[in-house]
Ligand binder design. Structure first.
Ligand SMILES: [Mn+2]
Length: 354
């Protein structure tokens, strides 16, 4: 009996080597990582920030970056223009992120995560620093002194993981938890984005390093406030469908009646995209200042990043956003023109003979 179990264990360890990781990122970005690490090794104080309307990738990659810098013996100041949403406040180090609209002080570099411009941070005073730009958007821009853009990364957190591994950092349970959150949220729970076999290898690495996938999913997907569901109800009452296109909106009145906050708007657009045979979805919300924030989602080939970019926004092929001038009916009219064109283009492709 004993002997047999030893044989089985030996067989198993041959099949699943304990120490090796199947997560093998390509060598394509070795140069970018080396250049960034060079700046990090030479400096002492760094500023770490991300975009406004801070999301899971922004929070998780900032926090992971902060821990990696600390491990390297550096000082990292984490600053955000927005408060950390409740879903992410239990992440390790979330309470160290300072909320501010202006940054001062002396830093060897400012690391901008997931931003296509300095303006995207909504932080003033960044221009005077040496800027490092780490981004994975299709609409990423080379605005900094050092730019590392990888559209194939599922999250900026994945890029921070590569940087950490190259730096020889220890992937602590805290780092793993932060980076797993970025992967989970930017893929919509492993549903979309640049998902590849190596994404799951990355998730495996992170779980083995101490990320708790169930606890993180509970925080991200099962912790909604009642106000969020009330707002969702209001949005669903405003849902319109036209062929393969769907849109819905909330007014400032809907937001006030639901006692909803900015973060309660997160994810509403994905519910609209959940309708069968829909190719693209838009969620519009009136902002207090009168502008209209638009979230766009699509399945397959409808390129919502291109639509958003033409209107001053940006994002990914299937997930993007922009802000238009109000009032709401005017903004809706403006966004429907390119959306209808894009969806009609897909329909045309489908019937064209090969
Ligand atoms: Mn992201």
């Amino acid at each position: 009996m004993n002997r047999r179990s030893q044989v089985d264990a030996a067989k198993l360890s041959k099949l699943v080597p304990e120490e090796s990781s199947p997560y093998k990122p390509g060598p394509a970005d070795a140069e970018s990582i080396a250049a960034i690490l060079e700046v990090l090794r030479r400096g002492d104080r760094f500023l770490v920030c991300s975009h406004t309307r801070i999301d899971g990738d922004a929070v998780g990659s900032m926090l992971a970056m902060g821990i990696v810098l600390e491990q390297m013996g550096k000082r990292a100041d984490l600053v955000s223009a927005d408060r950390i949403p409740a879903y992410y406040r239990r992440l390790p180090g979330a309470d160290t992120v300072r909320t501010a609209l202006r940054v001062t002080g002396s830093y060897d570099a400012a690391i901008l995560l997931e931003c296509d411009s300095v303006e995207r941070t909504r932080l003033r005073g960044l221009e005077s620093f040496f800027l490092i730009n780490i981004d994975h958007h299709i609409t990423g821009q080379l605005f900094a002194q050092l730019n590392w853009i990888d559209q194939d990364a599922v999250s900026v957190g994945e890029m921070v993981y590569r940087l950490a591994r190259t730096a020889g950092a220890k992937i602590t349970p805290q780092i793993a938890q932060c980076i797993y959150t970025t992967v989970l949220t930017d893929t919509g729970g492993f549903c979309y984005g640049a998902l590849r076999a190596h994404t799951f290898a990355l998730a495996r690495d992170l779980v083995r390093a101490g990320a708790d996938p169930v606890a993180i999913a509970q925080d991200v997907y099962f912790s909604a406030s009642p106000s969020k569901l009330l707002l969702l109800g209001a949005a669903l009452r405003n849902l319109k469908r036209e062929g393969r296109l769907v849109w819905l909106w909330v007014t400032q009145r809907d937001v006030a009646r639901s006692c909803a906050t900015e973060e309660d708007c997160e994810g509403i657009v994905n519910i609209a995209l959940g309708i069968a045979d829909i190719e693209a979805a838009a969620f519009l919300r009136e902002l207090p200042e009168g502008q209209v924030r638009i979230s766009l989602r699509s399945k397959r080939q409808v390129n919502v990043a291109a639509i958003a970019a033409r209107l001053g926004g940006g994002g990914h092929l299937n997930a993007a956003g922009c802000t238009l001038d109000g009032p709401l009916p005017r903004a809706l009219k403006e966004i429907l023109v390119p959306l209808r064109d894009a969806v009609a283009g897909i329909a045309g492709k489908a019937v064209r003979p090969a």
